[in-house]
Design a protein around this ligand. Sequence first.
Ligand SMILES: C[S@@+](CC[C@H](N)C(=O)[O-])C[C@H]1O[C@@H](n2cnc3c(N)ncnc32)[C@H](O)[C@@H]1O
Length: 413
Amino acid sequence: MRKIFRNNAQGIVDALTKIIAKKGRGTRILEKINLANPKWGARDRNLVHSATYEILRWKSYYRFLSTAEDATDEAEKPWKLLGVWLVLNEVEIPEWDEFKNLDVALIKAKQKEKVTPEISKSIPLWLYERGKAELSKEWNIELDALNIEAKLILRVNRIVTSPKKLQEDLMTLFQIETHLIKGYEDALILNQRKNLRKNPLYLKGSFEIQDANSQKIAPFTQAKPGMKIIDGCAGAGGKTLHLASLMRNKGEIIALDVEIDKLKELSRRARRNKVKAIKNTWVPDPQYKESLTNWADRVLIDAPCSGLGTLKRNPELKWRLTEERISEVIELQRAILLEQSKWVKAGGKLIYVTCSILPSENQNQIAWFLEQEEGAAFVLEKEEMLFSHQTQFDGFYAARLIRKVVNNIPKTV
Ligand SMILES: C[S@@+](CC[C@H](N)C(=O)[O-])C[C@H]1O[C@@H](n2cnc3c(N)ncnc32)[C@H](O)[C@@H]1O
């Protein structure tokens, strides 16, 4: 039987406490916990990472199996959840105080009980019902797919290297095995999870870490060398950098966001990626926004959203999301569509994207936009729904709209 060391268990409990109670970001908290434990090897880090995420993913099911809900002391709850994880993963139960009341027989008996779908799929009841109302039968299959841990995927930066060359370099220089994914031109999957952020090939910009379906978005914009492109919700630039790579560094990209810290991170990543096409990163003021009217060949709106398509990688999201937050992002998405669509020139294209799988953030938003005065200037060229159960990667929605040219006179809003 496998064993768990005290400092690994403590790491998992600390991570859960900070992520659940203090609402921290999972990846950042785990990075800090790794830094605080410099003696940990890859095995320790992988164990703490995978157990923390598995417990977050299955939290309500684990609660059902354990007596975590009965714990009066908040500090006890993560230990109870960890206890369930130990039992389900056949790890020897250590003789520590925290596990003295752990009832292995009860957990095993409860596993045989029939439970309601929101428990078996481990999701808040309101969210289960909302997804069911919006997606009908597809919701249950999608939830199953979103409950499977995400693979680690690289996006090859073609400004620096090629997929074949990177694959060879990773293997010969670092004995890291990867494989290509059919239908995803720039993607490599790692056969084994590894932290690559200190790898020399990463540091010299040969690749970024980016989900495979997220890598479908930049090609969907039909970006070409020499174009003028606005990435209107650029964040830290996952898709901006990919656009620059597809444009072979020729052309002009303006990257906008409301959060300056994300744009600073984008600039750092652009330097590492040897990207020169990003001309401006900006938290735009009204005057600057005005100057963008009818400017762009492409405007990409990678809109703020519920993030429900990314539960594989961010299971903590489902416990934080609220109905109010979904309503807020729907309003924000509409405001951004109305504002940023003005920046597309006649014959140019507007690309609206979310990493949500809910029609209310996706197809319904585009239908709504096309009925507005601003939207009447566009026609829908293509829309795509990428579900996790069909692709095994994150859930994404993308729509591409063309601004009409009327009698050779650009139709402006
Ligand atoms: C889905 S994230 C973008 C992810 C990014 N494109 C990437 O590929 O890494 C949405 C972004 O929209 C930004 N945002 C929110 N409200 C905005 C607004 N009114 N205008 C522009 N960006 C906004 C958020 O700060 C967030 O970075």
